[in-house]
Design a protein around this ligand. Structure first.
Ligand SMILES: [Zn+2]
Length: 241
């Protein structure tokens, strides 16, 4: 696929940066954007980074983003944001969750937006679904099908605890492409089955049996699986192989 990706707003510390809660929207949107761009390229897709870091204001930030987007013929424009307004600073045990926007119900980006929501929801975020808005300039004035992703809420403690930028990026990439970056297989996985120094008296090595649910090259993906297991009531740990 050919895809435009940008992080919303100017960079933090500039005028017209994004919302701030436990985490900063502009900073996290750029981290997720960088990971999405990297993963898409690894999968062989053509990606243009249309992020604008230092426009003189909100309006010109959007103008410059749209100009960058419209300089390329792509299958999809992806705008990455974080939401606010949950006001859950204590943590009520529930995420406020994820949502995506497209221009209207006949947008060609709609099916991508639905899949991205579903994919992010598998990380444990509540699926707020696809919403329609003719108000966003990046949806209204880009020439290719466009979607805006509100990854999760910066001001909900539960969202922020669950959030991991690599896992979020992987979910977005999977929602768009149906593909994941293939993690390298563990060639020496067997070696880990025997702990060092655990030889028994008669010289036999003690056998350990591990229950494994995944092996990840990216620590954030391991953290995300760990969080899911713990949420499901399993006492799990991460070991380095
Ligand atoms: Zn935003």
């Amino acid at each position: 696929m050919r895809i435009n990706v940008h992080a919303g707003h100017n960079a933090d510390g500039k005028l017209a940066c994004g919302t701030i809660g436990f985490i900063r929207e502009s900073t996290e949107a750029r981290r997720v954007k960088d990971a999405v761009v990297g993963q898409l390229r690894k999968l062989g897709h053509t990606v243009y980074d249309c992020t604008v870091d230092d426009a003189p204001g909100e309006r010109s930030n959007l103008d410059q983003i749209v100009a960058k987007c419209n300089a390329h013929d792509v299958d999809l424009d992806v705008s990455i944001h974080f939401n606010s307004g949950a006001r859950d600073s204590v943590g009520d045990g529930k995420t406020t969750g994820t949502e995506t926007y497209v221009y209207n119900s006949s947008s060609k980006a709609r099916s991508y937006a639905e899949k991205v929501c579903q994919s992010i929801a598998t990380l444990g975020f509540r699926n707020r679904g696809v919403k329609y808005s003719t108000g966003f300039r990046v949806l209204r004035t880009t020439k290719s099908p466009a979607m805006l992703v509100e990854c999760c809420f910066v001001d909900d403690k539960d969202d922020v605890q669950l959030y991991d930028c690599q896992a979020m990026a992987e979910a977005i990439v999977y929602g768009i492409t149906g593909q994941r970056v293939v993690m390298e297989a563990e060639p020496d996985a067997d070696k880990e089955l025997v702990a060092p120094g655990e030889e028994t008296a008669d010289g036999d090595m003690r056998q350990l049996y591990r229950v494994q649910v995944g092996a990840y090259a990216v620590k954030g993906n391991a953290d995300a699986t760990l969080a899911k297991l713990k949420a499901a009531g399993f006492d799990a740990i991460i070991v380095k192989a």
